[in-house]
Design a protein around this ligand. Structure first.
Ligand SMILES: N[C@@H](CCC(=O)N[C@@H](CS)C(=O)NCC(=O)O)C(=O)O
Length: 199
């Protein structure tokens, strides 16, 4: 399996972390692309032009990150990152979706805020940063009950927070959401997160 990623995508990081946690990190061929390479290479596999995208040995293409993570977990012979049955499965997938949505809000706020003054709409930045803040307020309340070791939901949330911090979209978030921040400090110590720090 070959996986096309970029060095700072929170969605690509989910797959790197999941693969490492499942002990499969070395079995995937990682192709890290620059922005320009992404624009040139990725559309042949993903018409949306987005990473991550995976190409299996059979040639079958998988997108996007929740699907690729589920595929990686299907190869995982250890404890599953996505429970196979029951209520916990849906809780994990819902937390993964919340983490992914937090990432989307962060990307949208960051892209808008990088526009020159005459092209930027501050209301868009505020709206997206507000979504991120609302999500973090909920996650701050849930952090005490997060799975340890992390499952796919926690992995997604931590990757989104990593990107939020990298882009500095919600300055001071660690003080505003202390339970979430304490949990985040601990998860960052895992080898899977150290190896996938955004660049
Ligand atoms: N829902 C997708 C989101 C992927 C995504 O937004 N990827 C970004 C990088 S973080 C991208 O490749 N953007 C390029 C573009 O929009 O042209 C997933 O979970 O994989």
């Amino acid at each position: 399996m070959k996986c096309y990623i970029t060095g700072n995508s929170p969605y690509a990081r989910k797959i790197r972390v999941a693969a490492h946690e499942a002990g499969l990190g070395d079995e995937i061929e990682w192709q890290t692309l620059t922005r320009e390479e992404r624009a040139e290479i990725v559309p042949q596999f993903n018409p949306l032009g987005k990473v991550p995208v995976a190409v299996l040995d059979s040639g079958q293409v998988l997108l996007d990150s929740p699907v690729i993570c589920a595929y990686v977990d299907s190869l995982n012979e250890g404890p599953k990152l996505i429970p196979v049955y029951g209520e916990q499965r849906w809780a994990v997938l819902t937390l993964e979706a919340l983490g992914d949505g937090l990432g989307e809000a962060v990307i949208a706020a960051s892209q808008e805020s990088q526009k020159p003054d005459d092209k930027r709409t501050d209301a868009v930045v505020a709206r997206q940063a507000g979504k991120a803040a609302n999500a973090m307020a909920v996650l701050d309340k849930q952090a005490g009950d997060f799975n340890d070791p992390p499952l796919m939901g926690e992995i997604s949330v931590a990757c989104a927070l990593g990107y939020l911090e990298y882009r500095d979209v919600v300055p001071g978030w660690r003080e505003t959401y202390p339970a979430l921040a304490s949990w985040y400090v601990e998860i960052l110590k895992r080898q899977s997160f150290i190896l996938s720090t955004p660049v």
